[in-house]
Write a protein that binds this ligand. Structure first.
Ligand SMILES: CSCC[C@H](NC(N)=O)C(=O)O
Ligand SMILES: [Mn+2]
Length: 409
């Protein structure tokens, strides 16, 4: 039904938006790059015969009317923003596959009972404001107004960024959908890991999404001369950070399921021959079980305190964001399983270590996801890749999943 070639052309075209000389894509929320990406997708949505609008959070939405326009809507989509120097599949694949699904339905005269909306969520990645899923939180009605005061690396607040993008932050609550108005949310996404590749399968059905917590560590010591200060007299926050990061690795490894990462670290003032005055880094900690993750966090926090005391440095931590693990709904999983069977793909189940907008929508409606095989498991990198055939296979599974969800029960 779907046209894999058209989906691929659009993926490649969109992949040029925000592309840097490094070959990676940087498309942060509320920037000119993100706007250009949304404009491209809005034009694809119109080609697909959808009516296009943006809600108060800047979520771009294309709607296909249902035989019963008042029936709860089936939502399908993903996001268009990227991490710094990311790839061109993480997010756009799900949005463009959603467009492809409804375009194929329209081209074949398929009418569903439920309306279908394709959505490109605002800021899933959290790269700009250090917390993400802004659009899906707003749609679920759970974005706290204090979030508007979060600032990016240039000191621009979320409220200011929204205004610069032509949005009114005061209208944000209007993006919230009312309970009962969304039948289900389903998202196609690249796996971002190696499980499908190992299994030799193009697509998989997601069982649940790991819960993450992001914690900012600030360690303050004493800036002194690197040559003139004996080792025994130092209060070096960098050495403390190194020790704490090793503890993070140890504690996360202990459970066998938890993953802990420090991917961002800033050293001040940052001189070769200066013992740093302050070090900041952010911990990303995830597990499919909240209680396991929280125990690991408690262990890390108490050992970090001890290290700070022993080294006579000041440690403060700040929780940037926290998300619970979420299970995918039986209804969406069953629809995806039937779609796989219909298309001759063996149904294959796997959890998602990466977080997705469905986590935020889970209180609003049943959610589910379909994964497409990632080459070498690489993601959040210019080397991120999935083949044209696998993307088409994922979109085909999405088509039949959405079709089934959008039928009258
Ligand atoms: C705002 S939370 C970060 C979301 C991001 N999502 C993906 N799919 O990579 C991640 O899992 O890191
Ligand atoms: Mn991502």
């Amino acid at each position: 039904m779907i046209q894999g070639e058209r989906l691929w052309q659009r993926l490649m075209e969109l992949g040029e938006v925000g592309k840097k000389p490094s070959g990676g894509v940087t498309r942060l929320s509320f920037t000119a790059e993100e706007r250009r990406a949304k404009d491209f997708v809005a034009s694809y949505m119109r080609e697909a015969g959808l009516s296009v609008y943006e809600d108060a959070a800047g979520n771009l939405i294309g709607r296909k009317e249902g035989a019963n326009p008042d029936a709860p809507v089936v939502l399908v989509g993903s996001h268009l923003d990227s991490v710094y120097n990311g790839g061109c599949f993480d997010g756009p694949l799900g949005v463009l596959a959603g467009v492809e699904v409804v375009q194929a339905m329209n081209e074949h005269g398929v009418v569903t009972h439920h309306p279908i909306e394709v959505v490109a969520f605002t800021d899933e990645e959290g790269a700009r404001f250090r917390f993400g899923m802004i659009g899906s939180r707003a749609m679920a009605g759970t974005l706290p107004l204090e979030a508007l005061e979060c600032r990016d690396a240039e000191g621009i607040s979320l409220a200011e960024a929204m205004k610069q993008a032509g949005l009114d932050p005061n209208r944000l609550p209007q993006a919230a959908r009312k309970p009962g108005t969304v039948k289900a949310y389903v998202e196609l996404h690249i796996e971002q890991g190696r499980v499908l590749e190992e299994a030799g399968l193009p697509v998989g059905i997601v069982t649940g999404i790991a819960g993450l917590v992001w914690v900012k560590f600030t360690i303050e010591g004493k800036a002194e001369h690197a040559g003139a200060t004996p080792m025994s007299l130092r209060r070096d926050p960098m050495a403390a950070a190194a020790q704490i990061i090793t503890v993070i690795e140890e504690e996360a490894r202990r459970t066998g399921t938890t993953v802990g990462t420090v991917g961002q670290l800033h050293v001040y003032p940052g001189g070769i021959n200066v013992i740093p005055e302050r070090v900041e880094f952010v911990l990303d900690l995830r597990d499919l079980k909240a209680e396991v993750r929280d125990q690991v966090w408690n262990d890390i926090a108490s050992r970090a305190e001890t290290i700070a005391k022993e080294r006579n440095v000041r440690l403060t931590t700040e929780r940037l964001q926290e998300m619970p693990p979420v299970l995918c709904s039986d209804e969406v999983k069953r629809a995806a399983e039937a779609a796989c069977q219909k298309l001759g793909y063996p149904p294959f189940w796997l959890p998602s270590g990466a977080a997705h907008d469905g986590v935020q929508l889970a209180p609003l409606c049943p959610i589910g996801m379909i994964f497409v095989r990632s080459q070498d498991g690489v993601s959040h990198s210019p080397a991120e890749w999935s083949t044209k055939e696998d993307c088409a296979a994922g979109a085909e599974v999405l088509y039949h999943t959405v079709w089934q969800l959008a039928q009258r029960e």
